[in-house]
Each structure stands twice: as C-alpha cells, then as structure tokens.
Ligand binder design. Structure first.
Ligand SMILES: Cc1cc2nc3c(=O)[nH]c(=O)nc-3n(C[C@H](O)[C@H](O)[C@H](O)COP(=O)(O)OP(=O)(O)OC[C@H]3O[C@@H](n4cnc5c(N)ncnc54)[C@H](O)[C@@H]3O)c2cc1C
Length: 477
C-alpha cells in the first residue's frame, strides 16, 4: 500500500470473484474521487482460480470453465467494459446439440429439454432414452396433470420435484446428468429453489409442468437455428483474467500468498499470511471457497466459521485428449455428451471442445474433454494423472470410439471448488449473512451465494466492489 491515508481493502482469493471486486471497487472509487487501495492475496502461483487457459502445441485448452451461459449478461458486459467485446465468441452453429450416453452408444438429447425437463411431447415419444411407461407418464402430464403444486415455501430437492410431476425416469435421463454437469452434484439432494428457481415457479402455477416450463423459455420460430446458449472468448476464458490483472494497478495481486486468519484491530482488521506477515485493512473480502473461508475466520468468530463450513462442496477434475481427426470413429457433430448415473460410467460428461468452439485445435485434429469426480466420487478427481487419464480414456473409447494414442493429454484438478446448494441452502446462506452483521466490514463472495456460474459470481463481485467504494469515507483525491 503506497497511500497510508487511503481506504484499504484486502481481498483474500484471486479467482474471478476477487479480481472483479478489486477492479469494480477501484473504478467506482475513481468516479467518486475516493482514495482507495486494494491488495489481493492469492495462495496459488497464478491468479484466476478455476479459470485457467493454456496453449499446448497449437491447441487452446480451457482447463476449467470454457464459457458461460449467454442469457445472463454480467460476464459479457464485463468483457465489453474491459475492451474484450470483439473477442466474444459463440458456439459453432452446426454443432449446437448434445448427446446422452445410452448403453454403448450416444442418443441425441431430444429437442425441447429445458432446465433438465422435457417441454415438448413429440420428441420425447421418439427418444430411446425413455421407456414406453415413462412416455405414457409424460403424456399424462399434458392431458391430466396430477401433481399438485407444493404448498408454502419449503425447499425440496430438484429430483423429487421433477419426479412428482414427470416420473423418475425423466430425472435419471435428463435432470440428473444436467445437474452432474453443472454442479457435480446429485439431483436428489440439490435444492430446486437454489438451482433452477424458474422451474420451481413453473411448477407453482399448477397444471402441466411441461407446458409451464415451455412458457418460461423464449419462443423459437420453425427452421430457426438454436441461438448460442453459451459465450466464450477467442483466446479462452483466461484472457478475461489477464485483462482484469492488466487493468489493476501493478502489485495489486500478490500470488503465492495464502491468508491464514483474520483478526480485529479496533475498527480495522489484520490478516495473517502463511508466511507470518500481518497486513492491516479497513475492509476484508473473503473471495475463496466457503470451507476455506471458514478456516480463515474461525478464530475471529467461531459461529461464522461453523456456518461457512456447513455449506457442502465437491471436487472435479478435467482430462483433455488431443487426437488426429481420423482417430475418432464417429462424427463429432455436437458440443459433447452427458452421462446419466444409471449408465454406471465414471465420466460425468464430455465436451467436444473443437466442435463446440472455433479456433481451439489445429486443422485435422480434435480436442476432447472429460469430467470426473463429483459428489460421492471426489476421490476420482485426486487420482494420479496416469490413472485419471486411463479411466477417462476407457469411457470415451467405449462411446466414440477412439483409435491409437492421443497427441497429448492434460489433467486439471478443482478440489473443493464446486459448492453444493443442497436442500436448505438459502437458509444456510441467510444464517451466514446474519452472522456477518457482527462484522460490517467483512464480506464473503463467490459461487456459494447467488449462483455458481461465471455471470453469477461476476455480478455479485461487481456489486460488492461498488458497495465498498460507495461506503468508503470520501476524503477527496
Ligand atoms: C471444472 C469447472 C468447470 C466449470 N465450468 C463452468 C462453466 O462452463 N461456466 C460457468 O459459468 N461456470 C463454470 N464453473 C464455475 C466457475 O468457474 C466458478 O463459479 C468461478 O470460477 C468461481 O470463481 P471464484 O473466484 O469465486 O472462486 P475460485 O475460482 O475457486 O477462486 C478462489 C481463489 O481463492 C484462492 N484461495 C483459496 N484459499 C485461499 C487462501 N487461504 N488465501 C488466499 N487465496 C486463497 C484459490 O487459490 C483460488 O484462486 C466451473 C467450475 C469448475 C470447477
């Protein structure tokens, strides 16, 4: 910190949440003519957290997230504000479909599946993914829906809610694999309200869930190709991290510096680092996974620590495979596939990266990604590289198939990085907010609070940075 009179904020965690908070805080402070400084402590050697992009032998590898959902504007707005508007890219139009693993083959995800539930009966009658009993059950939802809307505001898991309306097979074919892909979690324990609130609202109308869910999504005209559901950046999501770091004053991000504890010092805070350094701050932002934040605040406030620890989390790993195009024994004409739990495979989902995005693989080659781990199978995410690669390669080979050796493989691990908004999540978050009332200058942000996607965490971080700048005393520049 070079200005001892400035209002100083320490941000613990240099993922996208911490970086955006720092950037928006400094932007707003400059607009308000407030003297504010920020330091980000990041324990790992690089900023970005789960956002990690590497160039390997002419391939562009997004190790964690490769994109974000297009319907939530916060991430694209941030990119435009950082001068990355021209670098925003959409998925390749010809491949805007996804498959579902089905025995030894891949069946197309039927048209009209929205938020993990069918909204159109016609495509459901054709799909091999449902039995005739399940199809008859779905038809009943259209003509004589019997599931009454749930009374009151009690939370319930998404799986039972969908099963009540549309049958268990719909959950195992569509809802479960979608939730495994987004949350690395389990449809039978994840909160309906905290994952797909639009579906809860659709169910609350009463009558056909399929019809109500369909009304909740924008209409498409016949022959119109599906819009890109996702957006990314030409140089990978890591270019957003680079742009944020470049927009911050030099020295703002201190990598290789883990925070161990936070203590009060009168009206201020002192953060102790793993190296034993003591750093003072007017504000502290905890921008790390909540179970890590729990450890950092435990000695300051045991109740807050316990409440942060009560939020569940899971771990995943991604494995990447680069192959010559001819080594893959089928057309890669989709963005990839999801795997229902009932299939008994270890891979949760696969992205056909070079079919989903332009510019990810050199001509004549393909790049594939597999997800492993998730709730109940976290140990798989920690397997040694060779075992993890072999496990993924087995499952991919069985479904594609794959011939010969890959040009290269890469493994990325995200241990404890996937929050699990299970039933009761909203009350647990409310309890954290309640405990934070005793610490008005301490803030927690990240994927556990208002949604796990990049646009959700960006929106929360942006608001947080602006609020801190707005509340900082205006001493004049
Ligand atoms: C494999 C994977 C795929 C995903 N795919 C998508 C997707 O396609 N689309 C989408 O929208 N979202 C996706 N997400 C979710 C999205 O990546 C996250 O919501 C987002 O990156 C969370 O950012 P964050 O900064 O809050 O947390 P993180 O990225 O977890 O960053 C937290 C940072 O805190 C640091 N830290 C931890 N402890 C300490 C400490 N004691 N002191 C200092 N620093 C510390 C960590 O090293 C880390 O850098 C995915 C997530 C994962 C794991």
């Amino acid at each position: 910190m070079t200005d001892p009179k400035a209002h100083h904020t320490l941000i613990l965690g240099g993922g996208i949440s911490g970086l955006v908070t720092a950037w928006s805080l400094l932007q707003r402070a400059a607009q308000r003519h407030v003297r504010a400084t920020v330091t980000i402590l990041e324990q790992s050697p690089r900023p970005g957290g789960s956002l990690v992009t590497e160039r390997v032998e002419g391939f562009l590898v997004d190790g964690g997230p490769d994109s974000w959902i297009a319907s939530k504007p916060a991430a694209a707005e941030l990119c435009r504000d950082l001068g990355l508007g021209a670098a925003l890219i959409e998925t390749i139009p010809a491949n805007r479909r996804i498959y579902v693993a089905h025995g030894a083959s891949l069946a197309p995800m039927p048209e009209g599946v929205v938020l993990g539930v069918p909204t159109r009966l016609g495509p459901m009658l054709q799909t091999p993914l449902l039995s005739w009993r399940a199809k008859a059950r779905l038809a009943l939802d259209r003509v004589a829906p019997w599931a009454s809307p749930r009374q009151g505001s009690t939370d319930e898991a998404l799986g039972p809610m969908v099963a009540r309306h549309l049958g268990r097979e719909v959950v195992s074919a569509f809802t479960e694999p979608l939730l495994a892909g987004i949350y690395a979690g389990d449809a039978w324990s994840l909160s309906a309200r905290s994952t797909f609130p639009a579906l809860v609202d659709a169910a609350a109308h009463g009558g056909s869930l399929m019809r109500n869910a369909r009304a909740a999504v924008p209409k498409r005209f016949p022959g119109q190709s599906p819009p890109s559901a996702f957006l990314s950046l030409r140089d990978g999501v890591g270019s957003l991290v680079d742009a944020l770091v470049a927009a911050l004053p030099p020295g703002t991000v201190r990598t290789g510096t883990g925070a161990v504890s936070v203590a009060r010092d009168g009206d201020r805070y002192v953060v102790t680092t793993a190296e034993g350094e003591h750093l003072g701050a007017d504000r502290v932002v905890l921008a790390m996974p909540m179970h890590r934040a729990a450890r950092v605040v435990r000695s300051l406030d045991a109740t807050l620590g316990a409440r942060l620890d009560a939020l569940g989390w899971s771990s995943v790993a991604t494995a990447f495979f680069a192959y010559p195009r001819e080594a893959v024994g089928r057309a890669l004409d989709a963005t990839g596939f999801v795997v229902p739990k009932r299939e008994g495979r270890r891979v949760l989902a696969s992205t056909w990266v070079s079919s989903k995005w332009p510019g990810r693989a050199p001509e004549g080659t393909v790049l594939l990604r597999a997800f492993v781990g998730g709730l109940g199978h976290e140990d798989r995410a920690s397997l040694p590289d060779a075992e993890l690669v072999a496990l993924c390669r087995d499952d991919l080979s069985a479904l594609l198939p794959l011939h010969g050796d890959p040009l290269f493989t890469r493994v990325y691990r995200f241990l404890g990085s996937s929050p699990q908004p299970t039933v009761g999540h909203a009350s647990r978050v409310a309890a954290i907010r309640e405990a934070l009332k005793n610490h008005p200058r301490l803030v927690t942000i990240g994927a556990a609070y208002e949604g796990v996607g990049i646009p959700d965490v960006v929106a929360l971080a942006r608001r947080t940075g602006e609020r801190i700048a707005d509340e900082a005393p205006s001493t004049g520049l």
